[in-house]
Design a protein around this ligand. Structure first.
Ligand code: ATP
Length: 602
């Protein structure tokens, strides 16, 4: 994939200053790493290691400083030659490792590679990371057994290695692993640097002495400042020159970490020494300064890329490929929820129960309210069910989406369309089956009316699902999503006019927001908007239905619509329903795009 590129020779970062919420997290941090080297970033917890990796990978805004690759400022094209393995192993829990690697290869490797070449690339990585034995094991989660911690970490790294990046950034690769697994994993990373000429940059919390000796370069941070930066093998000499002596047989990494806790006089001297080294070596470095235009005025990572380059290289795969593979993965990940026997049982049994309650309802004056009640109930049922399902579906892949967006895996539009496509059966098949079942049992079986009503209930369910996705992406939290949606649906129900016919004038406007009202009104107009006769009761004087009071035997059905206080005509309601459906989906997309824009990887 990189054949057409010049090889990456070095990565240099200079004078990096990061401030978060007015707190200085990194202060004049600098460093240089060349291909074939493994650089470790060590330091006490909270010293700024992850922040530094976020900066180098272009995911954290900086107040000051610059990052260059081969002397060229970091830009989108160069960023694509880096891979960032996050500390957390965020992978789709229900897929097997083989499926995850296959998906990643299909989405991330360029379209011009054949499927065979992509498969070969996967095999190569699997063998490099020694993952052959667990290819058919599911990834797993805290609720479901799957890959072990070490396997999951290697799986995570493998996904990032598929594109054959030149710069590999890994945050805490050994956390949670036992010493032998940690050692093996670091051997893998060392081999990537040494044998494949990559630049490998990793933060390590507490390396063993065996692991320490694998590092070519070391960068020691304390409270956001550099205490040491240089060859790993020279670290102890520099420390001892400043009065910090490591006892024989003591783990050098432990010694370094113990020494830099707090800012003693000796550590302050080391910080000064590191700053001097920065002045003396790095600024005279011709590679670092070549093509370097200095820090951007606002201190942010400048993305120097031509429009043409961006257009042609922004995504490795087309929208269609991304949509297809995202739909495939989404289905695999959510199929137990989408094709759920519980869901089918709930829908059918509830359908039969409702159908039997309203069994073969006669067209008589006293049953008009029952039929309207049934239609109202069905609309409410298909408001709650798809909406709740969609709210539960969004947080399911929140972390995965944020991680993959930050790494530029795919277009957000491809993700959103795939999600809608995969979730669609819940909003199409189930309401359709349930509605037909209930209506046939209840005797609402006029073929013309029934077929149009089914379409309306499906549109309503799709709208409710869209609202669920919208609330899901707004809150990205199940509890908040469910709480808000319950209030929203219950208020929408109140404003239909079914429970309260006289709504106070100052609250009338809320009627327009009731999405339930549009669908319910349409169903009433379809069911009663014809001249099929309704039998009046004999009690003409006591009749509760106005049109029957004129001592007539029957009245046409449309008199129900005329007396129903519906102020928008049938087509107006249909247009409003469809418009709402499109607008809600679009707002959901915009919120996902702009509210949850990935900035940092942590
Ligand atoms: N979004 C944020 N808001 C406020 N403070 C933050 C934020 N992100 C990071 N920090 C602070 O920045 C400092 C450096 O954090 P960072 O995660 O880079 O440290 P670290 O060395 O990677 O720590 P650890 O080894 O525990 O992962 C910490 O004090 C942290 O609390």
């Amino acid at each position: 994939m990189q054949d057409t590129h010049l090889p990456v020779k070095n990565l240099v970062f200079k004078d990096i200053v990061v401030e978060i919420k007015k707190k200085t997290i990194l202060q004049n941090v600098w460093g240089r790493i060349t291909s074939g080297e493994l650089m470790a970033v060590v330091g006490p917890s909270g010293s700024g290691k992850t922040t530094l990796l976020n900066v180098i990978s272009g995911r954290q805004h900086i107040k000051q400083g610059s990052i260059t690759v081969n002397g060229q400022k970091l830009n989108k094209a160069l960023s694509r030659r880096m891979s960032y393995v996050l500390q957390q192993d965020i992978l789709p829990s229900k897929l097997t490792l083989r499926e995850v690697l296959h998906f990643t290869a299909m989405i991330k490797l360029p379209e011009k590679m054949t499927d065979f070449q992509k498969k070969k690339r996967v095999d190569q990585i699997v063998s490099q990371m020694e993952l052959e034995k667990c290819l058919d094991t599911v990834i797993g989660s805290s609720w479901m057994r799957g890959l072990s911690g070490g396997e999951k970490k290697r799986a995570n790294i493998s996904c990032e290695l598929l594109t054959n990046p030149d710069i590999i950034i890994v945050d805490e690769p050994t956390s949670g692993l036992d010493s032998s697994l940690a050692y093996k994993l670091m051997l893998n990373l060392q081999s990537l640097a040494r044998n494949h000429n990559k630049i490998v940059l990793a933060t390590i919390h507490q390396p063993s002495s065996q692991i320490f000796h694998m590092f070519s370069k070391l960068l020691v941070l304390s409270n956001g400042k550099i205490v040491y930066h240089g060859d790993a093998k020279n670290t102890l000499d520099v420390f001892s020159e400043h009065g910090l002596y490591c006892a024989e047989h003591y783990n050098p990494a432990d010694f370094i970490l113990d020494s830099v806790q707090g800012h003693s006089q000796k550590v302050m001297k080391l910080i000064e020494y590191a700053q001097e080294a920065n002045q003396n070596s790095l600024y005279s470095d011709s590679i670092a300064t070549e093509n370097d235009e200095g820090p951007s005025p606002n201190g942010e990572v400048t993305l120097l890329i031509s429009t043409q380059e961006e257009d042609t290289e922004k995504w490795p795969t087309s929208f269609w490929t991304q949509f297809r593979w995202l739909a495939w993965r989404n289905f695999k990940q959510s199929k137990t929820r989408i094709v759920s026997k519980f869901e089918i049982f709930r829908t059918i049994s509830l359908g039969i129960a409702i159908g039997l309650l309203y069994f073969q309802t006669e067209r008589t004056e006293d049953r008009i309210r029952d039929v309207k009640g049934l239609l109202f109930f069905l609309v409410v049922q298909w408001s709650f069910q798809p909406l709740v399902e969609a709210i539960l579906a969004v947080p399911e892949d929140k972390d995965l989406l944020l991680k993959e967006r930050a790494a530029g895996y795919y277009r957000l539009s491809a993700y959103y369309m795939a999600k809608m496509f995969v979730e669609a059966p819940l909003a199409i098949v189930l309401p359709m089956v349930s509605f037909l079942l209930v209506c046939l049992l209840a005797g609402l079986d006029n073929p013309g009316v029934l077929s149009l009503s089914v379409i309306i209930i499906v549109l309503h369910a799709i709208l409710s699902q869209g609202l669920g996705l919208l609330f899901g992406v707004v809150f990205l939290d199940i509890q908040w999503g469910l709480t808000f949606s319950t209030v929203f649906i219950l208020v929408s129900m109140l404003f239909v006019g079914f429970y309260a016919e006289k709504i106070p004038p100052w609250l009338q406007w809320l009627k327009n927001l009731s999405f339930i009202a549009y669908s319910y009104n349409i169903l009433v107009m379809l069911e009663f908007g014809n001249d099929i006769p309704i039998k009046c009761l004999n009690l003409t004087t006591a009749s509760s239905f106005g049109p029957c009071k004129n001592a007539v035997d029957t009245v046409p059905s449309y008199t129900v619509v005329e007396t129903a206080n519906i102020d928008i005509p049938l087509y107006g309601n249909i247009i409003l329903l469809i418009s709402l459906l499109v607008i809600i989906r679009f707002i959901g997309y915009l919120i996902l795009r702009f509210k949850h824009r990935p900035v940092t990887a942590k």
